[in-house]
Design a protein around this ligand. Structure first.
Ligand code: B1M
Length: 211
């Protein structure tokens, strides 16, 4: 088994310490940071993402895999910057104003990071103005909004409207999701993309950033 496959498998099993050590070993053996990221870490996260989509693994498995991914990325980050590997795009993510649910949002963030995107996490209870200010500041391609309450979903419409009012609606794609959100609702409020789960949100975000 190659060291990349070992990294991928340990990541899928959530073995954070092993992933960290294997990434360091691969670097010491002269593997390129890009290969370690793509053939090891991202490969493992993609497999977990697919399994999650197909109900073959569940939320805790994804969370521990994501933690293992973060351990590997920590070791790799300085080398990626040095070797000039750029993030494939930037996403500003948050749970909308009035809503404190963040487990789903965190999964979406992790899956997006697993695809090589830079994700600026604004946390929970995020007002429309804050989404827009952060998207402008970080030159993001995407604003990603999560809502878990029927009473807070309407905040998503406020974000779309605020973007129009500020004359920046065409600068960002607005993605929406969360248990009560639907594709019809997305269309009704004039957002760009609805996705039902974290894995498909990451797929769509990547395809937006890759143009
Ligand atoms: Co609350 N809660 N909660 N809660 N809570 C729900 C959502 C609820 C359905 C429970 C119920 O009544 N059956 C209900 C909402 C009813 C409604 O509006 N239709 C509810 C309620 C009413 C409340 C309070 C009002 C309760 C109260 O205080 N009376 C209160 C509100 C607080 C607030 O936000 N202001 C409240 C509080 C809480 C806790 C703090 C205790 C806790 C949140 C902890 C936390 O997040 N850190 C909590 C929890 C845990 C839940 C349940 C049990 C689980 C939610 C969850 O994390 N699911 C939930 C009931 C349930 O769903 N069974 C419930 C797992 C998570 C992985 O799924 O977030 O759906 P989810 O994310 C999925 C997809 O939706 C999607 O991807 C994820 C994974 O694939 N997705 C996106 C999410 N965001 C996306 C964005 C995208 C794309 C996809 O693109 C941008």
């Amino acid at each position: 088994m190659s060291i990349f496959q070992e990294i991928s498998q340990n990541l899928q099993q959530g073995k954070a310490k092993n992933v960290k050590a294997l990434v360091q070993q691969a670097l010491d053996e002269g593997a390129s940071p890009k290969d370690i990221l793509e053939k090891g870490l991202l490969d493992g996260m993609n497999i977990i993402g697919e399994k999650f989509k197909n109900n073959e693994v569940y939320v805790p498995d994804v969370l521990i895999a994501a933690r293992a991914m973060n351990s590997g990325v920590e070791v790799l980050k300085p080398h990626l910057v040095a070797s000039g590997v750029k993030a494939k795009g930037t996403v500003v993510i948050g749970t909308v104003k009035g809503d404190l649910h963040d487990i789903g949002k965190n999964l979406v963030k992790m899956m997006m990071e697993g695809k090589g995107l830079e994700v600026i996490d604004l946390g929970v209870d995020v007002p429309a103005e804050k989404f827009l200010a952060a998207a402008k500041e970080h030159n993001a391609q995407i604003i990603a909004c999560s809502a878990l309450l029927t009473t807070t979903m309407s905040e998503m419409e406020n974000i779309v409207n605020a973007a129009k009012e500020q004359g920046v609606r065409d600068n960002f794609k607005i993605m929406v999701g969360g248990a009560p959100v639907t594709d019809n609702y997305c269309k009704k409020i004039g957002a760009d993309y609805y996705t039902p789960d974290a894995a498909s949100a990451a797929d769509v975000a990547l395809s937006i950033c890759e143009g």
